[in-house]
Design a protein around this ligand. Structure first.
Ligand code: AMP
Length: 354
C-alpha cells in the first residue's frame, strides 16, 4: 500500500520525536495529525491537526483513525489493546509495541530470535530478588518491566545491603533483574524496515550516557563497537523480521568482550539517531515516513566524514545563544517550555567535514 504525499499521517505521542517526524513528513508533502493527552505537546506546534485525548480513549482513537491514511507512534508506553482499533492503518503494528513495552517479554522475544541479552530473571517478589542475586551474582540491576525510560525505574544492587533498598526504589513493581554487563562501549543499530522486507541501515553510533540518559552519539563509532557492528546488524534484522516491523526500529547494544549484547529495543525513531538529520543523506525521521507510506528507501550514506550529536538536557538549553552562534553547529530546540532536570530540551549536531 502506497500512501501518497498529500495524505494525512497520524502520530500517537506529541513529544520531540513526533515533532521531528512531522517536520520530515511535511517536507515530503504530508500533513500530520498528533494524538496526545497533554495540553501543549511540542509536536502540535508543527502539525496540521491535534487530538487531545487519553491513549485509552478508544472512541477518540477511532475518530482519529478515520481522519488519517496511516498512523504511527513515537513512544512505546501505549495500551496495545486500545490501538487495535486502528487495525491495518497502524505501522508498526501492535506486536512491536507489546514486545518493546515489557522488559520480560522483550528479553524472551530477543532470545527466541537467537540473540544474546544480559543474563536475567523475572522478579515478582523480594524473594525473587534474593534468588536473582544468588543465581546471577553481583552487581545486578533491577528494572521495572514497564514504563521505565532514561534510567527511570532502575536500581543497582552492588552488595547484599542494597537488596531491600533496591526493591523499595522500584516500589515492588513487576521487574527484571539483569546481570551487570562489563562493556567497553555502547552502540545502537538503527534499521528501517518496509512491509515487503526491504530494509535500510545507518552507520552505528557509539552512545555515551550520563545518569542513565543518552548524552552523546558519535559516528563513526570506535573500534570496540565497529568490530561488532556486522553481528549486531544481523541480530537487529532478525528481530525486525520476526516482529514483522514496519518503520524504524532501534536496537541498543553493549559491546562486551564476548560480543554484542542487546540492552533494549525501541520500536521507533531513537535519540541515538538524531544525528542522521544532518549527518546522513536521509534522516531516520524521513526514512520512517518513507517506510510507513511505502515510498522507496532513501540513501543512508553519510553527508560528511561523521557526526556527533549532543543532547541538551534540562538547564543545558540555556547554552542556546552560544550554540546558535557556533559556525556549523545544527541546533534543535524542542519548544517544550520548562527546563526541568533530566528533561530532553533539544540537541545539537556537528557534522565532521570530509
Ligand atoms: P536502559 O534504560 O535500560 O537503557 O539503561 C540506561 C543505561 O544504564 C544503559 O545505557 C547502560 O549505560 C546502563 N545499563 C543498563 N543496564 C545495564 C546492565 N545490565 N549492565 C551494565 N550497564 C547497564
Amino acid at each position: 500500500m502506497i500512501v501518497p504525499p498529500g495524505s494525512t499521517i497520524g502520530i500517537i505521542g506529541g513529544g520531540q520525536l513526533g515533532r521531528m517526524l512531522s517536520v520530515a513528513a511535511a517536507q515530503l508533502g504530508y500533513r500530520c495529525h498528533i494524538f496526545d493527552p497533554h495540553e501543549h505537546p511540542c509536536a502540535a506546534d508543527v502539525a496540521a491537526g491535534v487530538t487531545r485525548a487519553d491513549y485509552t480513549d478508544v472512541d477518540a482513537l477511532s475518530r482519529f483513525g478515520a481522519e488519517v491514511e496511516v498512523a504511527t507512534y513515537e513512544f512505546e508506553n501505549l495500551p496495545a489493546g486500545a490501538l487495535d482499533v486502528l487495525e491495518r492503518k497502524l505501522r508498526p503494528g501492535t506486536r512491536s509495541l507489546a514486545v518493546a513495552q515489557d522488559r520480560a517479554e522483550e528479553k524472551r522475544f530477543i532470545e527466541s530470535c537467537g540473540v544474546t541479552v544480559a543474563r536475567w530473571r523475572q522478579i515478582d517478589s523480594l524473594d525473587d530478588v534474593r534468588a536473582a542475586v544468588a543465581e546471577l551474582g553481583l552487581p545486578i540491576v533491577l528494572k521495572t518491566r514497564r514504563f521505565g525510560y532514561d534510567g527511570k525505574g532502575q536500581a543497582w544492587i552492588r552488595s547484599g545491603a542494597d537488596v531491600e533498598p533496591a526493591w523499595e526504589t522500584i516500589r515492588g513493581k513487576p521487574a527484571v533483574a539483569e546481570a551487570g554487563v562489563d562493556f567497553a562501549a555502547e552502540f545502537s543499530v538503527i534499521v528501517a524496515r518496509w512491509a515487503d522486507g526491504r530494509h535500510a541501515l545507518w552507520d552505528s553510533p557509539e552512545n555515551a550516557h550520563r545518569n542513565g540518559i543518552l548524552h552523546r552519539s558519535t559516528v563513526p563509532c570506535g573500534e570496540a563497537c565497529a568490530s561488532q557492528v556486522a553481528e549486531a546488524r544481523e541480530a537487529a534484522l532478525r528481530i525486525a523480521d520476526a516482529l514483522g516491523h514496519v518503520g524504524v526500529l532501534t536496537v541498543e547494544f553493549f559491546a562486551a568482550k564476548s560480543g554484542p549484547i542487546v540492552n533494549e529495543i525501541a520500536p521507533r525513531v531513537h535519540n541515538s539517531g538524531h544525528w542522521t538529520i544532518e549527518g546522513a543523506v536521509t534522516s531516520q525521521f524521513e526514512q520512517h515516513i518513507r517506510a510507513i507510506c511505502g515510498l522507496p528507501p532513501g540513501s543512508t550514506d553519510l553527508t560528511g566524514a561523521g557526526a556527533s550529536m549532543e543532547n541538551l538536557i534540562g538547564q543545558d538549553i540555556e547554552r542556546w545563544p552560544q550554540l546558535v552562534a557556533e559556525a556549523g553547529a545544527h541546533l534543535h530546540i524542542y519548544g517544550k517550555g520548562e527546563a526541568r532536570p533530566g528533561r530532553k530540551m533539544g540537541h545539537v549536531t556537528r557534522v565532521v567535514s570530509r
